[in-house]
Design a protein around this ligand. Sequence first.
Ligand code: AP5
Length: 223
Amino acid sequence: MDDAAEVEQTAVKIILIGPPGAGKGTQSQLLQKCYSIPQISTGDILREAIQKETPLGKKAKDFVNKGYLVPDEIVIGLIQDRLHRNDCRKGFILDGFPRTVSQSDALSNLVVIDAVISLDLDEEEVLVRLAGRRSCPKCGKPYHMRFEPPQHNERCDTCSLKLIQRVDDKEETIRQRLFEYRKNTEPIIRYYDEKSKLIRIDARGTKQEVFNRIVATLQYDHI
Ligand code: AP5
């Protein structure tokens, strides 16, 4: 069967794109609840594989921890497998994929995407968001030390464990991630714009304000 035909015609297929820390993960989770479709984050899949020391994790570890992109063939294979799972038949939200021209070409051979949401945020704000990001090592609950702080010191409200910072959220590694974004990912934003798939969203303001902007635009476009 043709790969693209495996996804239901009414399915909602969205890409979230944007610089590190723009809020792709945050907004994907809100969209996931709203549309009842899975969030597929290549970053989350890779981090889990690294933590479990799987063969994928061993291949990806140095790239992720140093802020480089993981080679295309690894990430494309991962997405091909993931999109064939049953829960994607009603659609999906791709968070962090594609990031290169080769990845967007591979994706276009798999499915027809409805919309590409670009979360636009300047680098100053990106650094504030990433510097304050923390999570619980046990339950994974996300926090932000300025915008969504825990109730007591740096401890999870639910598990009481000390919150951790992502290895790649060090300033030097953030700069490398921003460099990769400008070099490899910005060109595909232009590509989707030329295909009239691009929706630009101002990612400043609260999570809810950004989410409301996204939903209003998707509804306006009948997606
Ligand atoms: P990935 O995990 O995708 O990292 P990223 O793109 O750098 O994005 P982040 O997860 O850092 O940020 P985000 O935009 O999701 O923001 P968030 O919602 O968390 O990828 C990690 C690595 O994996 C890559 O560097 C690469 O090595 C590899 N990789 C992944 N995909 C790949 C691919 N396709 N090809 C090759 N390699 C790949 O928000 C950030 C913080 O801000 C949080 O604390 C949040 O609470 C807060 N926040 C969010 N929104 C708001 C708001 N409106 N107001 C205030 N605070 C907010």
